[in-house]
Design a protein around this ligand. Structure first.
Ligand code: RB5
Length: 152
């Protein structure tokens, strides 16, 4: 199951991507926001998707804001999240094959709908290659561990 969310700036693109996910029969849960007129903080929606993926209730996530920058920065603060901001299908494929990205971030004010849908399809169909890339992905966790603050 995929988790998807956006802020107000990403709402229209999220609607298009949801339409596409339905067409290709990919199960998803829409975690908001619910319209493009009320201004919201991208942080809240990046966090929702990131926490759902980190908790394992959702396998992967798609997050969208105006540029994709703020929402991806937020998602990457959640331990276990590897959010990749992709602007073309090559980046989308590499983010899966090399970085094992578990969240895809998109910029609605940067991408047209056709390109965004191609990026989503490429990302959904690509797989992590493992091997030498596993060692590097493990190092993400090593950095998280080094700087983790105990909430006690
Ligand atoms: C909202 O205006 C905009 O700042 C947000 O969607 C995003 O681009 C932030 O990174």
């Amino acid at each position: 199951m995929l988790a998807i969310a956006s802020d107000h700036a990403g709402f229209d693109l999220k609607t298009e991507i949801i339409k596409h996910l339905k067409e290709i029969d990919v199960p998803f849960e829409d975690l908001g926001t619910c319209d493009c007129t009320t201004s919201v903080d991208y942080n809240d929606f990046g966090q929702k998707v990131a926490e759902a993926v980190a908790a394992g209730t959702h396998e992967r996530g798609i997050i969208i804001c105006g540029t994709g920058i703020g929402i991806s920065i937020t998602a990457n603060k959640v331990p276990g999240i590897r959010a990749a901001l992709c602007t073309d299908p090559y980046m989308a494929r590499m983010s899966r094959e090399h970085n094992d990205a578990n969240v895809l971030a998109l910029g609605a004010r940067v991408l047209g709908v056709g390109l965004a849908v191609d990026i989503v399809d490429t990302w959904l169909n690509a797989s992590f290659l493992g091997g030498r890339h596993q060692r590097r992905v493990d190092k993400f966790q090593a950095v998280e561990k080094k700087y983790s603050i105990k909430n006690t």
